[in-house]
Write a protein that binds this ligand. Structure first.
Ligand code: PLP
Length: 400
């Protein structure tokens, strides 16, 4: 008899984490590897945030907090959502968790019954379908296309919804494509959602502050306040504040749902780390101008990568509106043979051979539910990005 529960058979280890670890292991062996696989800012957490954590530690804030987070942080999160998106949440509608990932996990486990459907536009962040399956739900994957900028259309949404649909998961800007919905595009979706009262919306806004050319980041409840009563707005400090390791995410949702999230969290992890909460409080309530400075750097790097890779025969990619990823099509190169003798039958073959032969780690599109692509994270230094693009060009140029 297997040790693992039946539900473990439904999920895979996170493929982005697997590739990042493989790249790390190769580096440890002394190989010259550039890792473009991790979804993590290369910037350090700003000093004023670190200082707030040190001060909290010195004040002895080392005890359990309320399960849903400290009152000060819940209030500050509500105020931040108001300042950034004009959203109107009360502190009791906020739940602080151990990363945005736990928010999504809590939401699915707290609400899904066996066979309930969750609509997920693809390509999508690797963890959504696995979390849904762990929670006994059924992911309904809706492939989007480059023609719509990898954005879900109202028609596709309408076709995907059934009486069993419990959630739609939206992620804008999107990991892995960097596509962001405009207000009008989002409104077209919210109009469909108004017709289907059984569907809740989980809007994953973790990259919402990382948008380019001054583009406005918008979110569901802002565009359609009538959906407030069945929307969970998820955000966190990992990406916008360069705080991935601190593990703080949060939800804003009606009290009826928030109560269930707190009940579940109270029987699993309890509160998020007290020191990390103090740091997150400084992040969301302190000066925000450093985000604009990071965004300006990311925008330059985005242009560097898009320009360099678009110039490589056989590769193609769009110029994303946000996040820090470029999603590159390799469809024209499949079937070819590498200089090292590997035949590229799939996007996974492509990324494996690229890592082995030129030492660049990226994640294949299939990991994001859309084969024929790879994802590059440009949250790394300009010098490394330039070198990585040269290597990718050399790898593609060597294909027979
Ligand atoms: N959502 C998306 C789209 C992500 O890319 C990530 C991290 O990679 C997360 C959520 C989770 O972020 P965290 O758990 O670090 O807050």
């Amino acid at each position: 008899m297997s040790l693992a529960a039946e539900r473990m058979g439904r999920i895979l280890p996170s493929q982005t984490i697997a590739i990042t670890q493989k790249a790390r292991a190769l580096k440890a062996e002394g190989r010259d590897v550039i890792s473009l696989s991790a979804g993590e800012p290369d910037f350090d957490t700003p000093d004023f945030i670190k200082k707030a954590a040190i001060e909290a530690l010195q004040r002895g804030e080392t005890k359990y907090t309320d399960v849903a987070g400290t009152p000060a942080l819940r209030k500050a999160v509500a105020e931040r959502l108001n300042a950034d998106f004009g959203l109107d949440y009360r502190p009791e509608e906020i739940c602080v968790s151990t990363g945005g990932k736990q928010v999504i996990y809590n939401a699915m486990v707290a609400t899904l019954n066996a066979g309930d459907e969750v609509v997920i536009p693809a390509p999508a962040w690797v963890s959504y379908p696995d979390i849904v399956q762990l929670a006994d739900g059924k992911p309904v994957i809706v492939p989007t296309t480059p023609e719509t900028g990898f954005r879900l259309t109202a028609e596709q949404l309408r076709r995907a919804i059934t009486p069993r649909t419990r959630w739609l998961v939206l992620n804008s800007p999107c990991n892995p494509t960097g596509s962001a919905y405009s207000r009008d595009e989002l409104k077209a979706l919210t109009d469909v959602l108004l017709e289907h009262p059984q569907v809740w919306i989980l809007t994953d806004d973790i990259y919402a502050k990382l948008t380019y050319e001054g583009r406005e980041a918008c979110t569901v409840v802002q565009v359609e306040p009538r959906l407030r009563e069945r929307t969970l707005t998820m955000n966190g400090v990992s990406k916008a504040y360069a705080m991935t390791g601190w593990r703080i995410g949060f939800s804003a949702a009606p009290v009826s749902l928030t109560k269930e999230l707190i009940k579940l969290q109270g029987q699993s992890t309890s509160n998020a780390c007290s020191i990390a909460q103090a740091a997150a409080l400084a992040a969301v309530s302190g000066p925000q101008d450093f985000i604009g400075e990071m965004v300006a750097v990311y925008q330059k790097r985005r242009d560097l990568v898009v320009d360099a890779l678009s110039a490589v025969p056989g590769l193609s990619c769009a110029r994303p509106e946000g996040a820090f990823y470029v999603f590159v099509s390799v469809q024209q190169l499949l079937g070819r043979r590498t200089a090292g003798g590997h035949v590229l039958e799939s996007d996974e073959d492509f990324v494996k051979a690229m890592l082995e032969e030129v030492g660049v780690a990226a994640v294949h599109g299939t990991a994001f539910l859309l084969p024929g692509y790879f994802r590059v994270s440009y949250a790394t230094s300009t010098e490394l990005l330039e070198e990585a693009c040269r290597r990718i060009a050399r790898f593609c140029g060597g294909l027979a």
